[in-house]
Design a protein around this ligand. Structure first.
Ligand code: M6R
Length: 614
């Protein structure tokens, strides 16, 4: 949460900062601000609201200068307001700081600094940092970079920081622990971002800061990185930024979410590229080859994730238990971390994350590693924290996902989980060759079938009208489509603000059925073959109570279709792979309902794309 951008060099800083902030807005969008060194002074502009609003205001000012920092905020401490917006300034207005993360011990620090005469203007945890740094800088007679380093040895929490001072007009000080930060290295200039999107059009040479790093960038000097705790210098490790500028644009679609839904045939194909060869009966994931034996001998798999990635994890549970026959537990990363779980050295933990920066998932990985378990990552963002702290892993290759509601990341995660399960099952001998061949042949067809499913867009747009004035909705699914019901409900609530719940269909009679009346839309996933009759009975139970049925069925189904108020027919595949198709109409439904309700689809209220706080 929160996006950080910074620049120092010979170009005008403001256009680079504002463009970068627009790209990073998915990380938080309740307020934004910039500080630029202008004629030996700091000029700071900040506003409640979007980056566009900040830009509109700055356009009326004469903003100029070659070194600056910019921030887009997702509020943790203190409501969204211009006072709580970053940057925050030292008392004399000569030091400015931006921060992504949470300072956990900010209250005692604030108390101490207040007693020493510092006056706080905001309710944020960040403001303590600027006063603490200023205090050390003045009293310890050290340079600003050293003051930052010393200050951070007193700080508990997570941070990515960028700090500038009017007294060092070409310099930016950076520090990282727990939140992402990378430095783009140009010719006599530096570009800084929370991810590569503000950097990619200027340079592809980047240094990913690591936890515990403090860095000083100055176009006239060599990049300097030290360890915060032991003050030892490190050699910067230059890497190539793998990001495509076109992927960051909407490409003619009204919203990123719609673009990303329609990208799924390509995203799923890319997840399989080079990993699936049906003619040769090969499924191979290069990234985990070294750990395959460990996985085959695992006592159990523990999947840790949050939100949509957690739903993909439950689909993974069905895939792994059915195909590999090794027990699987799926845990909310946040719960796993704090419940003192039993973790054994022969457990294999699979961490799933689109962003690779989710703080809860990172904490769960650290815990699992500390207990000696093997940790495998499934991430979308290349070189993200999770992809770097896991022992091995597979990228989903879905491409950048900008819409806050996750769509293509989900289907790409499920694809990678299916490939992983298939490859392990074949080696473990738990799947006869004929069955293995049948499943991989179906998997290969999925991108085409997703394309076909996307043609239902207009029909789903019509169905969306039925939801516009509803206050609640229920999503039901069984087996591998139970997590799809959860995912469909999450999509609807997060972008249209209609309260929605997902349930295993059979659980309805244990409580939720009390909610059914003529006002209640019930979305039923009725594609599974094994429990089809049972689902039909569940639908009858809803109809008897006058609930409205919106069903997702396999093409050619007549029974459920005949019982439904609205029916969406998707192509046929084997049951275990249906989530790759059945999730698509639910994404489209949520999208169109949100658009009809006039909601901000790509930036729903109170949310951020990357949840880098616990
Ligand atoms: O980046 P991650 O996959 O780790 O993110 C996990 C969740 O925060 C994320 O899936 C969230 O639930 C989305 N808004 C769902 O659409």
């Amino acid at each position: 949460m929160c996006g950080i951008v910074a620049y120092t060099g010979c170009k005008e800083a403001y256009p680079i900062l504002i463009k970068g902030l627009k790209r990073l807005e998915y990380r938080g969008y309740d307020s934004a601000g910039v500080s630029i060194i202008q004629g030996g002074e700091l000029a700071t502009y900040k506003q409640r609201g979007s980056v566009d609003q900040l830009d509109e205001f700055c356009m009326t000012q004469n903003v100029t200068g070659h070194t600056g920092i910019g921030h887009t905020r997702w509020a943790t401490h203190g409501e969204p307001s211009s006072t709580n917006a970053h940057p925050h300034l030292s008392a004399d207005g000569r030091i400015a700081i931006i921060h992504n993360g949470i300072i956990e011990n900010y209250l005692p620090l604030r108390k101490e600094l207040t007693q020493r005469g510092y006056v706080f203007h905001s309710e944020t945890d960040t403001e303590v940092l600027v006063h603490l740094i200023d205090d050390i800088h003045k009293n310890e007679q050290c340079d600003l970079a050293e003051a930052v380093r010393i200050a951070l040895t007193n700080v508990v929490g997570a941070y990515a920081l960028a700090i500038i001072s009017a007294d060092e007009p070409d310099q930016i000080i950076l520090a990282k622990k727990g939140s992402p930060l990378l430095i783009g290295v140009g010719k006599d200039e530096y570009f800084i971002g929370s991810d590569g999107s503000p950097i990619v059009e200027y340079t592809r040479k980047v240094v990913y800061l690591e936890d515990g790093d403090v860095a000083v960038v100055n176009p006239h000097k060599k990049l300097e990185i030290k360890n915060i705790n032991d003050n030892v210098k490190k050699r910067p490790y230059l890497q190539k930024l793998e990001l495509n500028l076109e992927q960051l644009e909407k490409g003619g679609f009204e919203h990123f979410m719609l673009k990303e839904i329609f990208e799924q045939p390509r995203a799923i194909k890319d997840s399989m590229r080079g990993r699936l060869n049906v003619k040769k009966d090969i499924v191979a994931l290069g990234g985990i080859i070294e750990y395959e034996q460990k996985m085959l001998n695992a006592r159990r798999f523990i999947i840790v994730a949050c939100g949509t990635s957690w739903h993909a994890g439950i689909v993974g549970e069905y895939l792994f238990e059915n195909l590999v026959r090794i027990p699987v537990e799926v845990e909310y990363a946040s719960e796993f971390r704090y419940r003192n779980p039993l973790i054994y050295e022969d457990d294999v933990v699979i961490a799933i994350s689109q962003s690779g920066e989710t703080a809860d998932t990172i904490a769960a990985i650290e815990l699992a590693k500390s207990k000696g378990a093997t940790v495998i990552g499934i991430c979308n963002v290349v070189s993200s924290t999770i992809s770097r702290i896991t022992q091995a892993g597979s990228y989903t290759h879905a491409g950048p996902e900008i819409g806050v509601a996750s769509t293509k990341a989900f289907t790409a995660q499920v694809t990678v989980l299916a490939l992983m399960a298939l490859s392990l099952a074949r080696k473990k001998g738990t799947l006869p060759l004929s069955e293995y061949h049948r499943i991989i042949s179906c998997l290969e067809l999925i991108p085409k079938q997703v394309e076909e499913t996307l043609k239902l867009n207009d029909q789903i747009k019509e169905i969306a009208k039925f939801f516009v004035n509803k206050r609640n909705a229920i999503y039901l699914g069984r087996g591998v489509n139970y997590p799809v019901a959860l995912e469909g409900a999450l999509k609807l609530k997060e972008i249209s603000y209609i309260h929605a719940e997902g349930y295993p269909a059979a659980e309805m009679k244990h409580g939720p059925i009390a909610l059914i009346d003529e006002e209640m839309p019930v979305v039923v996933l009725a594609t599974e073959q094994d429990t089809y009759e049972k689902t039909v009975s569940n639908i009858q139970e809803v109809i008897s109570r006058k609930g409205k049925i919106i069903s997702i069925v396999t093409k050619g189904d007549t029974l459920v279709k005949g019982m439904s108020d609205f029916c969406i027919e998707i192509p046929e595949t084997i049951e275990l792979l249906t989530p790759l198709l059945s999730s698509i109409p639910l994404q489209l439904l949520a999208y169109h309902v949100a658009v009809l309700r006039g909601c901000n689809v790509d930036k729903p209220r109170n949310l951020a794309k990357s949840v880098s706080v616990e």
